[in-house]
Each structure stands twice: as structure tokens, then as C-alpha cells.
Write a protein that binds this ligand. Structure first.
Ligand SMILES: *Cc1c(COP(=O)(O)O)cnc(C)c1O
Length: 360
């Protein structure tokens, strides 16, 4: 079976269009068997880290660390930054899993919740004894995103709390105010269009200080504790043998994105999202799952497809397009469409044409 030309599944998603070439070059240059203690690896770590800082305008007091996945980062954040209390803003499956990790690690992890398909728009009460607020900028399960003003308001009302942002399925799109964030993370198989198996964890000095303060009181883990990661990062190294190829490919794709320009990537993301939401809004049988426009994700667009789910999936497949299945309970009645930098305008225009003609 040949695979569809365009994959709209959120993750793993369509590869960034330059990845195949970079993989070939990597093999020619021996990257897959490169020693992680070599100068050449340090140069790769450095290139990827500096490229990411430039692409996302990350301030100098943030560190760029590598892990196996975003799931691992959920655990590392709790282990290294929370002695007892975290507060989780929950509005879907991924934000709930972050909360579950904290409970499994024995923390007093409380939640503020919104029903599926709804998001956070107003102010959020943060109890004074909470050490860390965990939020998911883009709920991949439902296509609900959090307005950046909500994050800014949490910071303004709670200067001391550590704010942790899961941006796995939105970066590189959001233009975060890094003063409102202490740590943010993603894995590479979504918006960056890379093979899975690498998590990227940005932390500021406040996080470093907190982990160091916790060190003498509780276990903060072993090789991937924050102090261990930071000590190695200062030499552009990692504690373990990392996914060298993944770090290399991320650096190359970031280089390509820098040449395109982040402003253009953001504008095109907004254009593609706008035409798909417009088509869904005026459709007879399909509708956006998220009704409130200020919470409609630009990067993962979820459609209520009801009884037409199977037919639409097959119609798209016959035109070379793989829609993402609905998540969890939504599997039979929703479809998800990733809108990442590799998804071209033309692909979105074709998708919209098919949806427009689709009668259910
Ligand atoms: C996919 C996803 C994760 C988990 O990423 P892994 O790479 O599978 O660990 C976490 N949070 C969100 C919002 C996601 O979409």
C-alpha cells in the first residue's frame, strides 16, 4: 500500500519537506554513528540550540535541553520543579495526562477544568501555595488553544509561581512572551515535521534555581535531572547518548524555517486556518468542534464530522490526503487536521475544495 501524499494527522505528522534530503546528507556525513562526546556533536547541539533561540526569539536566560519525548518532560518538570503542589489547567486528554503524571509522582496536583471543546479565556485563580501552574497551549485532542493573554494574566497575578507550558502541537507558531513563561517544551514529530524520538525542553534560571534548591530535600531523578542536564548543556553535551540524528535534523529544519522566516510561517498558518474554519462554518453537515473563535486552534483544527466521518476520510484518501482520526471518544465522529509549517497553502486549498463539495 502506498502512503497518502499529504498527512494531516497531528502526530506524527507530514514530514517537513526538506527532511528527506537532510537525512541523506546526515548519512553521507556519518551523523548516525557520530560520538556524542565529539567536537562535531557539540557543534550540532550548538547550531540547533542557537537556531531555535533565533526562530522563537527565546531570551538568553533560557536553556535548551534535549530529552526522549514530551511525555518525559511532563515527568521531569514535576520531579524537578514541584515539591508538593502543582495546579493543572485541564481541557482535554493531554492536559489531563500531565496532571496524572504529577499524581503518580505523589504530588498534590489539583485541576481547574473546562469541558471538552472549551478552553480558558478569563482569569484563573491560583492558590498562594501552588508552586507550579501547568498549562497546555494547544490541546491536540480537541483543537482548543489558549489565548496568550490568559498566560500573561496568570503571570501578572502570580509573580512567584513557575509557569510550565506544553506547546507540543503549536510551536513554532505561537509568539510567546517568554517573561510570562518559565519553561516550555515540545516534541519534534508535530509542528517541526520530524521523525519522532526527541523532546525539546526550554527552562529559565528560575527553574534551575528551584531544582537546585530541591536537590537536598527530595529525589529529582538521576541522569535527566535538571542540574545534570544543565551541567552538560554548558558544554553542548548531554548526560546520555542522545538522539544525535534527531538533534541534527531539528537544527537543519530550523535553518530552513529561518530562511523562510517566522513571520511568513505565522501568516501562512493563519491563512490556512482561516480558510478551513470558513469552509467548516458554512458547511451543511460539518462544523468546527470548538465554537468559541478565540479558542479555535490555528495548528490543530478539529471538525465534527458525525455520521459522515468514514465517508469523508475515504473521500480524502482517494485524493491522496490522510485526515487525522478524532481523539479518544471523538474517534468515530470527529476528524483532526494538522496545520503545520510543512502543510502548504495549496494543500489546504485542495482540502477546502474537497470539503466544500462534500455532501455527507
Ligand atoms: C503529542 C503530545 C504530547 C506527547 O508527546 P510525545 O512526543 O508523544 O511524548 C504531549 N502534549 C501534547 C499537547 C501533545 O500533542
Amino acid at each position: 500500500m502506498s502512503h497518502p501524499k499529504i498527512n494531516f494527522t497531528p502526530g506524527p505528522s507530514q514530514l517537513y519537506f526538506t527532511v528527506e534530503d537532510h537525512v541523506r546528507t546526515a548519512f553521507r556525513e556519518g551523523i548516525p554513528s557520530l560520538s556524542h562526546r565529539s567536537r562535531k556533536f557539540e557543534a550540532i547541539y550548538r547550531e540547533t540550540s542557537e537556531g531555535l533561540r533565533e526562530l522563537l526569539s527565546v531570551p538568553a536566560d533560557f536553556h535548551v535541553l534535549f530529552t526522549a519525548s514530551a511525555t518525559e518532560i511532563w515527568e521531569r518538570i514535576i520531579q524537578n520543579l514541584v515539591v508538593s503542589k502543582s495546579l493543572h489547567l485541564v481541557n482535554g486528554s493531554f492536559s489531563r495526562k500531565f496532571n496524572e503524571v504529577a499524581l503518580q509522582l505523589g504530588r498534590q496536583a489539583t485541576t481547574v477544568e473546562r469541558p471538552a471543546g472549551h478552553g480558558f479565556t478569563g482569569s484563573v485563580d491560583v492558590p498562594a501555595d501552588v508552586e507550579l501552574v501547568a498549562l497546555t497551549h494547544n490541546e491536540t485532542s480537541t483543537g482548543v488553544s489558549m489565548p496568550l493573554s490568559v498566560i500573561g494574566d496568570i503571570r501578572n497575578g502570580n509573580k512567584e509561581v513557575i509557569i510550565a507550558v506544553d506547546a507540543v502541537s503549536s510551536l513554532p507558531y505561537p509568539d510567546f512572551d517568554y517573561h510570562a513563561i518559565d519553561t516550555v517544551f515540545f516534541s519534534v514529530q508535530k509542528g517541526f515535521g520530524l521523525p519522532a524520538g526527541l523532546g525539546v525542553w526550554l527552562v529559565n534560571e528560575r527553574c534551575a534555581a528551584k531544582a537546585n534548591a530541591m536537590l537536598s530535600r527530595v529525589s529529582i531523578g538521576s541522569y535527566h535531572s535538571l542540574p545534570s542536564l544543565l551541567q552538560h548543556e554548558s558544554k553542548f553535551q548531554t548526560p546520555e547518548t542522545p538522539n544525535v540524528l534527531g538533534i541534527y535534523l531539528l537544527g537543519k529544519v530550523i535553518g530552513d524555517m529561518l530562511r523562510t522566516g517566522i513571520q511568513r510561517i505565522r501568516k501562512e498558518t493563519e491563512y490556512k486556518a482561516a480558510i478551513l474554519y470558513q469552509e467548516l462554518n458554512r458547511h451543511e453537515v460539518l462544523k468546527p468542534l470548538v465554537a468559541d473563535a478565540q479558542c479555535q486552534s490555528k495548528t490543530v483544527i478539529v471538525a465534527n464530522t458525525g455520521a459522515s466521518t468514514k465517508l469523508l476520510t475515504e473521500t480524502l484518501l482517494s485524493r491522496g490526503m490522510q485526515a487525522g482520526a478524532g481523539y479518544g471518544d471523538g474517534k468515530a465522529t470527529q476528524l483532526r487536521f494538522a496545520n503545520f509549517p510543512t502543510h502548504a497553502r495549496e494543500h489546504f486549498e485542495q482540502l477546502c475544495d474537497i470539503i466544500k463539495e462534500f455532501e455527507g
